[in-house]
Write a protein that binds this ligand. Structure first.
Ligand code: FMN
Length: 332
């Protein structure tokens, strides 16, 4: 349980600047022929149409602090009709007293789209339980081997994870999203998930919350020099370019509306933010958080209009300009 609070404390200490989104630009449009108020932010994934392209990505559950955070996040999600993920439900499988820190999400976002969340080390029965607990609309399965390896008390055996993912997918009757936790995905990873029958993948790259740094802070002897492990979110989205037939979501290091626009331009159907929302509800009352989020969404619309696009489909048709290091990565 203490681990959950440690994650929140350590995540809040991190800074996301700079990251690879700073290496992406667009051709400017001098005369954009778009009315900002007519930009359509709606998008589709997991078999549904959503009014906007962002969602609150998985974070927490299991402690009093997590309960308060999930309650605020759910209220915000309800107000803005945002999909929201719970943190990993594994704690509930062990401690029934933790249930309310999760069920508060459904209580405060009764009509909303809610993702349950579970690790790839768990069983199909566990997956069904966490979906039922939240009456969830979809299940996120997180795949976090590097975090487990660095975590003092983490998993050691990854041999069954691919089979577990397949079994969980077969067991639940809601759409499944496989996500990382900030180490990104290669083309081979994406193809492997596709071959396991996964239709929606959140590439969850580096550049944002860094779980090696977080787990290192919890170790007596840190694993130095390892924090840069993995692919950034932009690199992972580049890897996804040639993988057809799966729905791509993006997360990891999204700091502002411009990052959202950039991630969508690489073909992501939606963009998940964790630390952004955590800070929003920790640093602000809901009354203060609401206009900040409202401005964030309206800025996405403004930037899209400036780029001359009227909807997410048109944005996905743009070709972002990469700096030389990303260009080299893209053609590796
Ligand atoms: C405090 C905290 C707890 C998290 N716990 C989970 C979790 O339980 N399950 C999960 O899939 N991801 C978890 N994540 C990872 C996020 O979903 C996301 O992949 C990662 O934070 C990168 O996004 P960001 O850069 O916007 O924070 C957590 C992130 C934070 C900040």
């Amino acid at each position: 349980m203490q681990r959950k609070n440690d994650h929140i404390t350590e995540a809040l200490k991190q800074s996301f600047t700079p990251n690879d989104f700073d290496k992406v630009r667009f051709e400017p449009v001098l005369l954009p022929k778009v009315n900002i108020d007519e930009v359509d932010l709606s998008t589709e994934y997991c078999g549904q149409t959503f009014p906007g392209p962002i969602f609150i990505n998985a974070m927490t559950g299991g402690t009093d602090k997590a309960h308060a955070i999930n309650t605020d996040l759910a209220k915000l999600a309800a107000k803005f009709d945002l999909p929201m993920a719970s943190g990993s439900g594994s704690v509930v499988l062990k401690e029934t007293s933790a249930i309310e820190s999760f069920s508060t999400i459904r209580a405060h976002h009764p009509q909303g789209f809610v993702f349950a969340n579970i690790g790839a080390d768990k069983t199909p029965e566990d997956a069904v339980k966490v979906v039922e607990l939240l009456n969830a609309n979809a299940l996120q399965i997180h795949v976090n081997a590097p975090q487990e390896a660095v975590m003092p008390e983490g998993e050691r055996d990854f041999t069954h994870w691919a089979a577990n993912i397949q079994a969980m997918k077969a067991a639940v009757n809601v759409p499944v999203v496989v996500k990382g936790v900030g180490f990104g995905m290669s083309r081979n990873d994406l193809l492997e998930l596709k071959s396991l029958g996964i239709e929606t993948i959140d590439v969850a790259g580096s550049g944002g919350t860094n779980f090696i740094t977080i787990e290192n802070a919890r170790r007596s002897y840190p694993l130095d020099g390892f924090a840069g492990y993995g692919f950034s979110t932009v690199e992972s989205l580049l890897e996804a370019q040639s993988v057809k037939g799966v729905e791509i979501l993006a997360s990891g290091g999204i700091r502002n509306a411009y990052d959202v626009v950039k991630a969508l331009s690489f073909g992501a159907n939606a963009v998940g933010l964790s630390r952004f929302f955590l800070k929003l509800v920790i640093d602000h009352d809901l009354d203060q958080a609401e206009p900040i989020l409202d401005t964030f969404l309206s800025d996405i619309r403004k930037i899209m209009a400036l780029l001359g696009v009227k909807n997410v489909k048109e944005l996905q048709g743009l070709t972002p300009i990469l700096d030389p290091s990303l260009e080299a990565f893209a053609s590796r």
